[in-house]
Design a binder for this molecule. Structure first.
Ligand SMILES: [Zn+2]
Length: 512
């Protein structure tokens, strides 16, 4: 899952739907309503994809991080070595592999200060009272609220219209409330109105919309300091008469050159390519063995065992190891952006596996039909969800839905109208009592207490979870690779396959 950066991707080189029926264990078959059904037995492959096989790859990724400064972040030697490790094994197994290079700019925080000068001199705490956004600079000025609705937060359109800044004193620091439009457009409007800095406080309209949040300005680097703040602090600042603050954010901008690794099966129809992917980069803070050494190791082992069993495929499988995910889903978005119309049409679906070994896990399945979160994917996504839930049912294992909120690499695909689905076992969210009842583990504790930290190591993985998740990955990959029927997602290539305006997140940074 992603974190705060800003990116402009430029290309160096670049280099289709199916409905399924799936047999899970002897004789069990599911028929998608509208499409022809075939029976696919994945038992041999699931038996071949073992936890030990997956762990061996995780161990290799851990050693790679150990030998490269403790990280496999995009643009580092640790990521490069991860690509080399995977590519060598896939080449040996007979896959057609290549790398797709791209570059972008990453902003890294060097330092920041946020303090009240008057009426009361008081410092604010980084990480509690505020976080940086992608705006760099130093300002001391009066704070002026912009079209704030703290009494009726749900209706906030603060800063979304230029007219919101009528009468805004140029040089002041703009205090803006989250809501309706993207952070990027709020900051662009504030800059146009002459603001010397921007404070965006959370909207205040319910769960997840009150605390401190990590937000991104998309393609914008502002040359004024920009921070985010919790709703409570925002309302306090709004209510303070003649408020003067000092706001300084110092960002270092680096150009990151990195690459996606792609591996095509030697057999299978190229006009019904099944893209099975996960991100191979970690955050800078740690080795990322659960995020996402778990998904990539399971995908790699699935590919190697398909080759070892010499299974001829009906549909080409393209195994994809994305980079730049932690910087905002950049590798997968770049890959989709480089596809021609016919290549998009020839992409049957995307399966995404990001964090499938969380220590305090829940078996999350992406909510393809939108039945739980209201955001359904392009036609075909419901079928994908069904294949996963049917598999877990057949294993008498519970599942829970996870919404298409834009926090992982499926986003570029569904935005291109390509059906998508996949699995996830939880990140920083806290397990509920009901989930602990169903999945075991500990309520009130994060699904992955080491999310985005140095402790996301080889030991930060639930073997039981990784076992069933690896089986589900093998099962779904082969099920889609072998089906002979196809469902074309709607709106392929015409953007916005899902039925909501924009995703909430791009990686783990909120966009609005
Ligand atoms: Zn991740």
């Amino acid at each position: 899952m992603g974190c705060i950066v800003n990116n402009r991707a430029t290309a160096r080189n670049r280099a289709g739907a199916l409905a399924v029926t799936a047999a899970v264990g002897a004789g069990l078959a599911f028929a998608a309503p509208a499409q022809a059904a075939v029976v696919i037995d994945t038992e041999d492959l699931r038996a071949a994809v073992t936890v030990d096989g997956v762990r061996a790859h995780q161990s290799a990724l851990q050693s790679i991080a150990d030998n490269n400064g403790g990280t496999r972040q995009a643009g580092t030697a640790g990521h490069e070595a991860s690509v080399d490790y995977m590519q060598a094994l896939l080449d040996d197994a007979g896959y057609a592999t290549w790398t797709q290079e791209f570059e972008y700019e990453r902003a890294t925080l060097v330092g920041s200060t946020f303090e009240q000068i008057s009426p009361v001199a008081a410092p604010y705490l980084y990480g509690a009272d505020y976080l940086e956004m992608e705006g760099s600079g130093d300002a001391t000025a009066t704070v002026t609220g912009v079209d704030l609705v703290v009494g009726d937060p749900a209706s906030s359109t603060s800063g979304c219209e230029a007219s919101d800044f009528a009468g805004f004193p140029a040089g002041d620091i703009a205090l803006i409330q989250r809501g309706t439009c993207s952070f990027e457009s709020k900051v662009l409007n504030a800059t146009a109105a002459g603001a010397s800095g921007v404070i965006i406080f959370n909207q205040g309209n319910g769960d997840g919309r009150t605390g401190l949040f990590a937000g991104t300005l998309g393609d914008t680097f502002a040359d004024i300091p920009v921070i985010s703040a919790p709703f409570d602090l925002g309302t306090t600042l709004a209510a303070t008469e003649d408020l003067v603050v000092h706001l300084e954010v110092d960002l270092q901008i680096d150009t990151v050159v990195t690459e996606n690794l792609l591996a095509d099966s030697p057999t299978g129809r190229t006009d019904r390519t099944v893209v099975v992917g996960g991100h191979l980069d970690s955050v800078g803070e740690g080795p990322g063995i659960n995020d996402n050494g778990s998904g990539t190791a399971a995908i790699l082992e699935t590919a190697l065992q398909i080759a070892a069993l010499d299974i001829p495929l009906e549909n080409r499988v393209r195994f994809a190891f994305w980079s730049g995910e932690e910087d905002g889903l950049l590798g997968s978005s770049y890959y989709v952006s480089q596809l021609s119309k016919s290549e998009i049409k020839g992409t049957a679906l995307n399966l995404n596996f990001d964090m499938v070994g969380s220590p305090n896990a829940v078996n999350f399945v992406y909510d393809g039909d939108g039945s739980a979160f209201g955001t359904k994917g392009p036609v075909g996504s419901a079928l994908i969800e069904g294949v996963f839930t049917d598999f877990f049912d057949s294993e008498d294992a519970p599942t829970a839905p996870s919404g298409f909120d834009g926090r992982s690499d499926y986003l570029g695909f569904i935005e291109a109208g390509i059906p998508a689905g996949g699995l996830f076992t939880g990140a920083e969210g806290l397990k509920t009592a009901a989930e602990a009842e169903l999945f075991g583990g500990t309520a009130g504790v994060a699904y992955d207490p080491c999310y985005h930290q140095a402790c996301d190591t080889f030991d930060n993985v639930s073997l039981e979870t990784l076992d069933i998740m690896s089986d589900a990955i093998a099962h779904a990959t082969l099920t889609f690779a072998e089906t002979t029927s196809a469902v074309n997602g709607t709106a392929k290539g015409k953007g916005l396959g899902h039925n909501k305006t924009e995703a909430e997140f791009r990686g783990s940074s909120a966009v609005r």
